[in-house]
Design a protein around this ligand. Structure first.
Ligand SMILES: NC(=O)c1ccc[n+]([C@@H]2O[C@H](COP(=O)([O-])OP(=O)(O)OC[C@H]3O[C@@H](n4cnc5c(N)ncnc54)[C@H](OP(=O)(O)O)[C@@H]3O)[C@@H](O)[C@H]2O)c1
Length: 355
């Protein structure tokens, strides 16, 4: 792979994640001549404005990725299963946003700030690297510094997930349905199984009749264990959709192995890259979906000891075995497009340092 600029394919370029990728690449002045756009037959031939140019969308077909160095896939699991393995076999580095390969043992599942170092062990030609689920990324951005400093015994997390997590059509459904309801018309669900305007409902993924968990909840559990390399991590998840256009929020409770004073708990979060503390008790100013929307950082706040768990008073300092916090992150950026591009940055660094 050339040191720079690699020829980049955006697969799913017309979707919410694909467009966000283009937005990030344009903000970095990534050369238009090195960007190729792919989507389904439906949008082949359409154009997307990129920097001062207009790029044409191509239909993704077998062999269409010939000549590409890095392919950022965000067109759903089915497309990834069909087109990513042959592309990787021909030497393309595939960074995949779908859930198709995340739990394959040989596929790295990467959040650069959390476990980016695992990419150092691979070779530099071809292969598939998976981007974790958006809710998992936001959770582990908030908790990895805590895990490193004090060890986490158990996590309980409830999500408040934006409509755009289900793609462009879901985002339109929320806008259109809101307008309908405000105009006195009935809400007509199509993408979601419940009305999404002015409603809060259980995540739209399938529920396992045996466990009662939906697929999103199961992904958060399995992916957390894989990324932290801790198969026994105790984690309980509840995934909920809220009538928000973009940015997921999460209410998180953790039980620690080593008790921490509130000051030390906060200090552990302070310098973690990609994390910003928004926690003003007097001003009642905490993370919100709107504050996180469009931004790169995951916001954390409402940091407080969980008084239902034991505490430890030693040398005048009160340390707690449990804490509550609230996080919000733009799932289209850090939860998808930005994380994938940060993985691409790591791949490029690896290539450069190998030369
Ligand atoms: N939205 C999120 O917050 C989020 C977060 C993390 C991961 N993801 C994952 O990212 C992927 C895309 O999500 P999204 O929200 O961007 O969905 P989306 O808005 O519905 O966009 C889907 C994209 O896939 C393309 N596509 C569909 N069928 C195709 C085919 N047969 N061949 C080539 N391209 C095809 C679509 O092209 P057309 O315009 O031609 O239909 C469109 O560009 C999914 O795997 C999703 O799970 C999404």
């Amino acid at each position: 792979m050339p040191a720079q600029p690699p020829i980049l394919a955006i697969v799913g370029a017309t979707g919410t994640v694909g467009r966000e990728m283009l937005d990030i690449l344009a903000s970095r002045d990534y050369p238009a001549g090195a960007v190729r756009l792919f989507a389904s037959k439906r949008s082949a031939g359409s154009t997307i404005a990129y920097c001062d140019e207009s790029l044409t969308v191509n239909e993704l077909t077998a062999g269409a990725l010939a000549g590409v160095d890095i392919a950022l896939f965000s067109a759903g699991s089915e497309v990834s299963r069909r087109f990513a393995p042959p592309a990787a076999a021909s030497g393309v580095v595939v960074i995949d946003n779908s859930s198709a390969f995340r739990m394959e043992p040989e596929v790295p599942l990467v959040i650069p700030e959390v476990n980016g170092e695992i990419l150092d062990r691979g070779d530099t030609q071809g292969g598939i690297i998976a981007n974790p689920n958006c809710s998992t990324i936001i959770l582990l951005m908030a908790l990895t510094p805590i895990q490193r400093a004090f060890g986490i015994k158990r996590i309980i997390v409830s999500t408040y997930q934006a409509a755009s997590g289900a793609g462009a059509a879901a985002m339109r459904e929320l806008s259109d349905q809101s307008a309908d309801v405000l105009a006195g018309r009935d809400a007509r669900p199509a993408v979601f199984h419940e009305p999404c305007a002015f409603n809060v409902f259980s995540h739209n993924t399938t529920v396992d009749p045996a466990t009662g968990r939906n697929i999103e909840e199961q992904k958060m559990i399995e992916e957390t264990r894989k990324i932290w390399r801790d198969e026994k991590m105790a984690i309980s998840t509840t995934c909920i959709r809220v009538p928000v256009l973009r940015a997921h929020a999460e209410s998180i409770n953790v039980e620690l192995h080593r008790a921490a004073s509130e000051a030390r708990f906060r200090a552990a979060l302070t310098d973690f890259p990609g994390l910003t503390i928004v926690d003003d008790r007097e001003g009642n100013d905490f993370p919100t979906s709107l504050k996180a929307a469009g931004g790169d950082d995951v916001l954390v706040g409402r940091i407080r000891p969980d008084s239902s768990l034991p505490k430890d008073v030693r040398g005048g300092e009160t340390a707690h075995f449990g804490f509550d916090l609230f996080a919000a992150g733009d799932q289209l950026r850090k939860g998808a497009a930005l994380n994938a591009i940060q993985i691409m940055d790591l791949v490029r660094q690896r290539v450069t340092s190998a030369v």
